[in-house]
Design a protein around this ligand. Structure first.
Ligand SMILES: NC(=O)c1ccc[n+]([C@@H]2O[C@H](COP(=O)([O-])OP(=O)(O)OC[C@H]3O[C@@H](n4cnc5c(N)ncnc54)[C@H](O)[C@@H]3O)[C@@H](O)[C@H]2O)c1
Length: 315
């Protein structure tokens, strides 16, 4: 039995759909269903006997305590406020959910004797990484947005719970995920939905911010492996090996969609925008034998096709 917070979101729902499809055992999804959580993301598994859903807030200890069975095999913690732009407009909800919520989960998991606690973090906690460096698990954290700072704080709480109480924790820091079922506010799903509607696609500043793109299915494969074989207390970086400037990603997308580059429209850059994220994921490769499998152009084409089919089915 596993307990998945944020399972109605983008990455969490992919993880849950795959878990059920692979017959890996019962899953409880615990999700507040904020604007980013969508029950439709889980409709394909909703009637499966191994699946159950509890609507609740990770900041509410009584609600988490009631939903989390004793001796659960693992708690996988995806739930978060996850959009940097929103954290710049207002950080309070990020501190509440990402920091307080994580501590509530750690406390309840300890009381309910949960066996493993897998905390999903981000490469953004490392801050901007100048070329030619790659962010390593042992590097110190330099978060620069309110979102990244709240995720870094959560990591410290997870580490403290492991050190102080011996909780079997794991932390993953993944790079930019892409794929189906993502709420269309972040770069790729926003660009795809705008492009399909023939609308301008906003490009922050000079568009030369560099990110490493990983297909969400590759990330979920890494998470399953880490859950099964990760070293207690360890942190693992998960990257896609596609370290690209945003402008190149958007140009590739427009080529895939056979649409003109004239849709790209420069807009004022995000405040404090980090220039480059690039993770060194050699640890998971060397220790656990994982590597990403989805080629970027193929994954991008499939993702665009998924959004196109969704737009058509909506009429
Ligand atoms: N998307 C990425 O590229 C990316 C990259 C690195 C790390 N991450 C991390 O992965 C995790 C999942 O990201 P995502 O893109 O799937 O996020 P998302 O925004 O799509 O989904 C977040 C989910 O958490 C739920 N949630 C939010 N606040 C909650 C609360 N207080 N209680 C219970 N549920 C709550 C939402 O309803 C939603 O279902 C996050 O922790 C994020 O920081 C994401």
């Amino acid at each position: 039995m596993i307990f998945v917070t944020g399972g109605a979101g983008f990455i969490g729902s992919q993880f849950v759909r795959e878990w059920i499809a692979r017959k890996l055992g019962p899953v409880i999804v615990f999700d507040k269903l904020t604007y980013a959580g969508n029950p439709d993301n889980l409709s394909s598994v909703a009637s499966h006997p191994d699946y159950s859903f509890v609507r609740g807030d990770i900041c509410d200890p009584a609600a988490v305590s009631e939903a989390l069975p004793e001796h659960c095999d693992a708690l996988i913690h995806f739930a978060a406020e996850s959009h940097v732009d929103r954290s710049i407009s207002s950080a309070a909800e990020f501190v509440r959910t990402n920091v307080l919520g994580t501590q509530v989960l750690l406390d309840v998991a300890r009381a309910r004797k949960t066996r493993r606690f897998l905390h999903i973090s981000t490469d953004e906690v490392g801050g901007s990484i100048p070329e030619p460096r790659f962010f390593r698990e042992s590097d110190s954290l330099h978060p620069s947005s309110p979102y990244a700072a709240s995720k870094a704080a959560a990591e410290h709480l997870v580490h403290a719970a492991h050190h102080t109480f011996g909780i079997d924790t794991l932390i993953t820091r993944t790079s930019n995920n892409y794929g189906p079922f993502q709420y269309p506010e972040k770069l790729l799903p926003l660009a795809i939905t705008r492009a399909l509607a023939g609308e301008p696609i906003p490009v922050y500043g000079d568009g030369m911010q560099v990110r490493d793109w990983i297909h969400v299915a590759d990330n979920c494969a890494a998470l399953r492996l880490i859950l099964e074989r990760g070293e207690p207390g360890a942190t693992y970086h998960i990257g896609g090996g596609n370290v690209l400037p945003n402008l190149e990603v958007l140009r590739t997308l427009l080529r895939v969609l056979e649409l003109p580059e004239s849709l790209l429209t420069p807009v004022t850059d995000r405040l404090g925008h980090d220039r480059r994220y690039a993770v060194d994921w050699s640890r998971i490769r060397d220790e656990l034998g994982w590597r990403p499998r989805v080629p970027f152009a193929e994954g991008l084409a499939a993702t665009a096709a998924w959004y196109r089919a969704k737009a058509i089915s909506r009429g």
